[in-house]
Structure formats: structure tokens, C-alpha cells
Design a protein. Sequence first.
Length: 255
Amino acid sequence: MQYELKKSLGQHFLKDELICEKIASTIQEALQKYSLHQLLEVGPGAGALTKYLIQWHNIDFKAVELDQEKVGYLLHKYPQLENKILENNFLDITPPFDDLFLLAGNFPYNISSQIVFKMLEWKNQVPIMVGMFQKEVAQRIAAQPGSKAYGILSVLTQAHYEAVYLFDVPPEAFNPPPQVMSGVIILKRKTTELSYASEKKFITLVKTAFGQRRKMLRNPLKPLFHTDVLQQDIFSKRPEQLSLDDFANLTHLMK
């Protein structure tokens, strides 16, 4: 049974078995370390990773795949996937498990940031994620204060997860080869929460601050703080100079 690659869905399928094995091994180690028995793969495509993930005993596996043709291909090649594939857009589904699960995948590059934000909505059920992204996006997720890559995605993710960049994946590992380098990261849920006034205020503050990242915070944040508060020295900084705790502390001063 053959299939077509669809550019509209950002499909670049892994073909390098060593890379597949390396990612699968990382996922298996994470499942064992966190004593998890439920696993959701996003965008299994032609099953490059899936064929490893379905071999493990005592793991309740599910996959979400939007492409009807790929769903048919997977069910034909791996009959054991019957009733385990959700034919849907990952961004539109509710958590497929009732309790904790690991989220993994070679994520479609055209919605990779949205996938992370969706995971953040599920953070109480997802203690760990192993994913492949366009390298630039992976670096943004794991970026530290002071770097050009540090921004909304970095702060909102790292507010809840420790981000570790694991390794590069070159274009030739895919069919068709993408124009960019890829990278695999692991996100581990933090055990301590930031002490912000509210998550809503924190998200609003971060998005507003980085909306004009080249300006001193005093300018974009005018609507969120009283004039006397804006005179504090921290508002003379640019957003990429602030740590996670800086952002959290500022939420207590918001209107």
C-alpha cells in the first residue's frame, strides 16, 4: 500500500532508523523513569516511530493523525493499531487519557508552536514530552534569558517545564528532506510552580512584553501597570533580559 506526502500538512517523514531508535529509546527511558503507562504520539505519518512504540508491553498507546490516507496505511501495515488511532487534528482534541501520559512525536513543523501551547493546557496530565521540531523552534523553547531566541515560547514553556535540547537531526534523515535542520528536545514538568499572581496575568504580561521586544518594557507595558509602578528600574530593561521569576514577580504589581 502506497501513500503520498502532503506539503499542506508539513509532512517530512523520518527514514533514518538510527535516529528513530534514538528517539524511541529516549521515550522508553522517560516512561520508565516517570512510571508512566500511557503514551500519545502526534502525527505518526507512515509509522517510522510508531513501529517501535507499539512493541512495548504494558503501555496503552494512542496516536492522533489528521491525514486519512496515512491512517489507512498505518492500519494496513500495523493491524494492532485498530481503535488506537484518533483521526483528527491534534489541536482540536481533548486529552485521550484520564490520567498522566507522555506526549511524543515528530511534530508537523507548520503547527509545532501551537502543539506546545496545547500541551501547556494539558500540563497537569503531561509530566514529560519528547518531541522533534524545526531546530530553530526547539532552540526557542529551550532558550535562556539574554539570547535572541528567548521569547514568548521560551517563557511560557519554561514556567512549567525544564527544557533540554538533546540532539540535532539533519535534513537527509527525512523524506523529503526539509530545508532546515531539526532538533529533538525533552520537556520535564517542574515540581515547583512560579509564584505569580495568576496564570492569566502571567500569560498576558509575557505576550505583551515580547510584542515589542526591542523596546524598554515601560512602553509596551503601560496598559498593565500604574504610572508610579512603571518608574521602577526593571521597566528600563528589554523583555529578553528578564528571568522567569522577574516576570512572575511583576504579575503581583499589575493593575
